[in-house]
Design a protein around this ligand. Structure first.
Ligand code: ZN
Length: 102
């Protein structure tokens, strides 16, 4: 491991050790690094697809302003926005998603 690409390592959420970005749990302390508290990209995408007009996907992601979707759902504008967001969610890389919502 003489050479390593910058950006492939992150710090453990629990103990701060340098671990591989793709590691599910820390080899030093065993702390889980992903999926535990993180929100599922696929789930958020499907919620946006089917219930996006009501802002449910925003509530799912812990964003209170999903309320505005609910408020304006009768205009069908939130439904259009949610449809675009669903596509964006599905196109977001796992790494970017983890950084934003993980
Ligand atoms: Zn650790």
């Amino acid at each position: 491991m003489a050479t390593r690409a910058v950006g492939n390592f992150v710090h453990c959420r629990d103990c701060g050790s340098e671990i591989a970005r793709s590691a599910v749990s820390c080899p030093q302390c065993g702390g889980r690094q992903r999926s535990g508290a993180g929100k599922s990209k696929i789930a958020a995408g499907f919620i946006a697809l089917f219930l996006g007009g009501l802002g449910i996907h925003r509530f799912y992601l812990g964003q209170w302003w999903g309320l505005f979707y609910l408020l304006f759902c009768w205009t069908f504008i939130p439904a259009v926005i949610a449809l675009v967001e669903a596509i964006v969610f599905f196109c977001t890389s796992d790494e970017a998603w983890e950084q934003k919502y993980g």
